[in-house]
Structures are given as C-alpha cells and as structure tokens.
Design a protein around this ligand. Structure first.
Ligand code: GLC
Length: 693
C-alpha cells in the first residue's frame, strides 16, 4: 500500500507517474517536524537494515553514515563523500524479521519503538538538497531533512523490502530499455581525437578478435567542444565514417554536454539565445558558466519548449547514422563563473596587498586575508553553491531559482533527448545514458556511475551500488571499467571486466592523460579476449533477464537478502549479488587474490568459464566456501534447480547466434527466455517467451 502525503506546494518533478490521492493526516511511521524546514525522524531497531539511495557511497545497507542528495561533479569518490552525481531519494527501512514475506504484517504504530519488526519504504520527492542521516549522528536515529517544507512524501507498506521496491517501481514507471547492441562491450577514452584514433581502436579490437560493439566519442569529436557539431578538421566525412564503422559492427556513441558554447554566429547558440531557452540571472541576462568549451549558457531543461528544442538538435547526429548518446556535465558541472572568478581575484589582490597572509586557518571575517580563506576560495570556484543560487528556470510562467530544483537538471536534459527520440526514431530504440539523474529519469535513459578511479576500492563500491540503483529504477547501468582517473593495471582491469561481464552497461573508459587501457594494450591479450567472449556468450541470458526486470518493474541485481529473507547470514552479504532469477555473482575485488570466500544461502552450481573456452562445474553446498578464481577466469553461481542459456562466442551482438543456445546449470531445468528483435520501441508487444529445455 502506498500513501502520498503532500506538504506545502511541492514542485512537480514528474518522478512518479501514477495518480494517487493525497492521504490525510500524518504517516504511521516516524515523526515529522516542519518548524525549520522539513524533517522526518524514525528510531531504528538495532538490526534494522536500510536499503536504497541509488547512486550513493558506502554499503548496500546504508546505516551508519550521512548522505546528501545534491547532484555533484566530484571525481574523488572517497569514503567520506556524501554526494555523487545522482539524487535518488528512495529508501527502505527493513526490520530484520520483516524480511520474511507473507508471514509478518507491517504493523504501523504512531511511535517508533526500538525492536520494531516492520518495514516500509519512503520516497521524498523533493528536487533540492536533502540530507539522509542514517544513524550517523545517533546510531539509532534516521533523520531525513531539507530546508523547505514543500514536498511529496510517499510511504510504502509492504510484506518485504523486495515487495516495497516492486510497488515503488510500479508508480515511477517502466525503466528505460536500450537496443540490444548496447549489451555488447564498449571502448571509450577521453583522448580519442579524430577518425584516425577511432579507426585505430576499431582495428585494435577487430584485428585481435576482441569482441566489441561500441566505441564512444568523447568531447574531442566536436568542433571546439560545441554540442551538435563535428570537427571538420578531424573527420573528413563523418556520415561515411559512421557507415564505415557500422560495416565492422561498431556503433559510434558521441557525448553531449549540458552547456552550449557562447559563440556569436553559431546557429545552436544563436537560436537558443533568440528563443530565450537559456537559464537566466535575476537581471534577465543569460547565466554564464565556464565548462569544457569555455563560457557557456545552460539550456533551461525545465522549460518544455527549451527541452523540445535541445532534444531536436540530436537529429543532427542521428541523421548521420548515430544510434546512441551519453549525456554529460549535467549536474550541471560549473568550473567557475565570471562572478566567482572576480571574487577570487579581489581576494587575491587583497592578499597581495598585504605584507603577509594571516596564518589563522579559521578566520573568515578577519581584516587580513588568511591562508585558509584563499585556499577555500580557489577550491570553491567550481560548483559553488552561490552560483547555483544565481540563476533561474522558467516553469509554467514562473521563475524558479536553480538551487531549489538543482537535482532535476540532468534528469531533464536526458528527458529532452528521450522525448525527442520518440519523433526522431519512433520505431528504433536509441542508446542513451546520463551522468546526473533523479528518479524519473530512469524512464528515459540509463546512467554510468561517473568518474571513478583505477582503485580496487572502487570496484567494490561499484558492486554495492548496483542493486541500490536497480531499486530506484536505474537498470541500464555500469561503471567505467578499469577506472576512469589514475593509471589502471592489468589485473585490476581483468577483474573489473569480470564484473562488467554482468552489468548491462559494459564500458571501459579512461581519462585524458592516464595510461591507455584498451584491452589490446596489455600482454596476453587472449585473457581479455576470453573475458569479453564470456560476456557475449551470456548476452541472450543477460538481455532476457534485463527485459524481464524492465517489463515487470523488477530488479536485475538484488541483494541476497531479497531472495533469502530468512537467512541471517545472507542479510549481511554485500559483495555478492543475485542476478536475474537464476544466478549469483561473486566478483573478485582485491589485489593479488587467487580466489575468495563466498557464502551460499542454498546449494548452487559453481561455474567457471575457463580461458580455453571450456567450463568447470561443481556443486557446492549451502554455507561458506573458498573458491579459487584465476585472473583469466569468470565465475558464476547457478541457483539450485535452475539453468541459464549460453550462446557460442561471437565478436559482436549482430554476429551472435541466438537461435542455438546451450543450457548451463542443473540438468533438466527449463529456462524461460525472453526474445525480441532487440531494437523495436515496443518490446511488450513484439517480444515473446520461449521455454528452453
Ligand atoms: C567528465 C566525464 C568523463 C569525460 C570527461 C571529458 O569528466 O565524466 O566521462 O571523459 O568529462 O568529457
């Protein structure tokens, strides 16, 4: 059961698409205070688990830390970070016994007694900054708070956390479905400059028989980083180049950034300006921010006409044969604003005019400029809160200050594209994913998890984020495999790819200036060939499970606790995930490991895809095991009594033989395969199920 509570006059984010009546009174759970902003607090029992929050730091169980929904471009995903690129305000409080579905009813009470055995979900539909203190200030207290009192609060009662997720997913609408080629492997790097570089990557893969379906084009393909342009110096005939790549079964996927370069005479800039489609400052002039192209204006994606205009511009690239995009810098990221730079300049001047700096780090209001002040001013140039509070959106004739709706920006940029594709490509799916997001955007595209680092800890963080993202509707997702920032290593990349084999988005991406990390850059590339081939062998299964999850508002990745609610040990497992209905993954995420411990909540078949193309299969009992997994092996566990289909290895999705599949797992077990042509925009009617035995 879902109750919708209305506080004040909420902004219509359109995250929820179901029409629900407003509930009377106050929610049965927790305490609400409205004196200084909004606050919801609830006393957690010692064993209660908190799931959700999508793209967020730390564990699958979010207890013990404080998270802030405030879409932020910050590539340093250290453990103390509270905000990432997305804002996903959905969580589930799961009383341990309440994990059991069916036998325990949630008993709402007006107070929050420790030791309670209930579970409920909360979605706080509020587009500004929102804080989730989940036992951080006080270990038993959950507090959700924000500065204003205009919001929708959805409270979901359910038999189990899993049931709550499914109810929530029902009201936010079906998750985005990409074309099937998007389940292939993709290579990306910020630094491929021109057709020569891109051809080299295509050759590196195809000549070495390393499977691939996509090469991503980062900002350098554009004419001086201007959206909806292709550099004429770097591509002599872009349309022909796109065609040439497609002849090799390679889709080129260009990036689109949020900011439009200020360049008089440029048609996109001129049109946006003339039609008033850019965000404005209080004085009515367009807001200016420095991003990759230099000074830019931000399209007002909350204005539906501006959104339609921006979306229509994608046609420039689809007309040249492009079938997929990644939307970036849409928190929106601000390197600095002219106003911010002026302030720092004035402070610097004052500092230079002094004989020395004040060595006091705390002083902010002193006569003398302090070392701390200067350092903070430089650091604060990027993504400064004052800048986000200095421009406005036009929504139905009203001006809304950006910081109050900040978390909707990336969502609406991607929505602009998604809505436009309905006209541009009504019958064929277009690949689309974004960096920034809010719940609701999951209907238009997927997300990647932003700028991680080539660190083992980020491989683990990646695992933990997957089920939480699925709970919030983001099914098409994955991280920059191998790590974006910092230099990767062969072993890290191989282990990360072995996780990527199972994530719907499987993309290797790295930053400008880092070590090149295409698979063919490393010795013994047959190991990479093998890991990528395993992905292709599994595509019929992964696609089928993805489609079932999308069409049934279900999860593709689940925590073990969702499947084995009565197993106390399973509740604690955070480094293994259930995939679809038949399998479990347990990736290796530590350096030098030759294997790992796994916990099996039931008997399972342990499969290893071996580098010679054969398999090892072993039945393991319920319980703890140490399993050996070499760097060039891909492990997978199949649930008791289940089977999964596998195809023969192929070098592209188009070359996959999806007709002749083998079954892997328990003998005699059937598998219900979902199939469609992988491209039609109405899979529900076109798709069909086939029982494989
Ligand atoms: C941002 C993106 C990254 C991209 C870079 C250059 O940092 O997150 O993926 O490579 O910008 O466009």
């Amino acid at each position: 059961m879902i109750q919708k509570y209305v506080f004040g006059t909420p902004f219509e984010t359109e995250a929820v698409i179901a029409v629900l009546p407003a509930a009377q009174g106050l929610p049965a759970y927790g305490t609400i205070a409205l004196e200084s902003g909004f606050s919801f607090s609830y006393t957690m029992a010692e064993d209660d688990i908190v799931y959700g929050l999508g793209e967020a730091n730390r564990g699958i169980n979010k207890r013990g830390y404080c998270y802030i929904s405030n879409c932020t471009d910050d590539p340093e995903h250290l453990e103390d970070k509270r905000s990432f690129y997305g804002a996903h305000n959905f969580l589930i409080l799961a009383g341990q016994d309440a994990h059991r579905s069916g036998d325990i009813q949630a008993v709402p009470t007006d107070q929050t007694a420790p030791g309670s055995k209930k579970n409920f979900g909360l979605f706080i539909d509020y587009p500004g900054k929102l804080t989730f203190d989940i036992g951080y200030t006080r270990q038993d207290l959950l507090t959700i708070s924000c500065a204003e009192t205009d919001l929708y609060l959805y409270v979901i009662d359910g038999e189990s956390p899993y049931d709550i997720v499914k109810q929530f997913r029902q009201i936010i609408g079906r998750s985005y479905i990409p074309p099937m080629f998007a389940f292939g492997y993709g290579q990306s790097r910020w630094g491929y400059r021109d057709q020569k570089d891109l051809r080299q990557v295509a050759d590196g893969y195809r000549k070495n028989h390393l499977p691939i379906d996509m090469i991503y084009m980062d900002i350098d393909y554009m004419d001086r980083y201007k959206d909806f342009t292709v550099s004429p110096e770097r591509f002599d005939d872009f349309k022909a180049f796109v065609r040439e790549m497609k002849e090799h079964d390679i889709h080129l996927i260009p990036i689109i950034d949020a900011g439009i370069k200020i360049e008089p005479g440029d048609p996109v800039y001129e049109e946006g300006l003339q039609k008033g489609f850019f965000c404005q400052k209080e004085d009515g002039t367009p807001f200016v921010a420095a991003v990759w192209p230099g000074y830019t204006h931000f399209t007002d994606f909350l204005d539906k006409d501006a959104r339609a205009w921006f979306g229509s511009n994608y046609r420039f690239l689809t007309d040249m044969g492009i079938e997929g995009f990644w939307n970036d810098m849409n928190e929106p990221a601000i390197f600095y604003t002219p106003e911010g730079a002026e302030n720092v300049k004035a402070l610097m001047q004052r500092a230079l005019d002094q004989e020395d700096l004040d060595a006091d780090w705390d002083a902010g209001q002193e006569e003398k400029v302090t070392v701390g002040q200067l350092q903070a001013a430089f650091k604060g140039l990027a993504n400064h809160p004052a800048d986000y509070a200095s421009f406005y959106h036009k929504v139905n004739g009203r001006l809304i200050r950006h910081d109050k709706v900040h978390n909707l920006y990336g969502y609406n940029m991607t929505r602009a594209a998604g809505e436009a594709f309905k006209t541009i490509s009504p019958h064929k799916r277009i690949l689309l994913f974004s960096r920034s997001s809010y719940i609701g955007m999951h209907r238009y595209g997927g997300i990647w998890m932003g700028d991680n680092k080539s660190w083992w800890s980020h491989l683990l963080l990646n695992i933990k984020m997957l089920p939480s993202l699925n709970m919030c509707g983001f099914l098409y997702t994955g991280a920059d495999l191998g790590g974006f920032g910092a230099d990767t290593t062969r072993d890290l990349l191989l282990r990360w790819l072995a996780l990527g084999v199972f994530t719907p988005l499987m993309r290797n991406h790295s930053a400008f200036g880092t070590r090149e990390q295409e698979c063919y850059q490393f010795e013994k590339l047959e190991d990479f060939r093998h890991v990528l081939s395993v992905r292709y062998r599994l595509i019929p299964y992964l696609y089928s499970e993805y489609m079932k999850a999308a069409l049934d508002n279900d999860l593709y990745f689940k925590p073990l606790a969702f499947v084995y609610p009565d197993d106390k040990m399973a509740l604690q497992v955070e480094d293994q995930l259930m995939l679809g209905n038949e399998s479990m993954i347990a990736p290796i995420y530590t350096q030098n490991a030759c294997g790992r411990y796994v916990y099996l909540p039931e008997e399972m078949k342990f499969i290893k895809f071996l580098p010679d193309g054969t398999l090892s299969e072993e039945i393991l009992d319920k319980g703890h095991h140490y399993v050996e997994i070499a760097l060039n092996e891909v492990p997978l566990f199949i649930r008791k009594g289940c089977c999964i289909p596998v195809a023969k290895a192929a070098e592209s999705v188009a070359a996959l033989d999806r007709e002749h599949l083998e079954l892997l797992g328990y003998e005699g077990a059937p598998y219900r395969l979902y199939e469609d042509d992988g491209i039609c925009t109405d899979p529900q009617t076109q798709g069909r199920y086939r029982i494989l035995r």
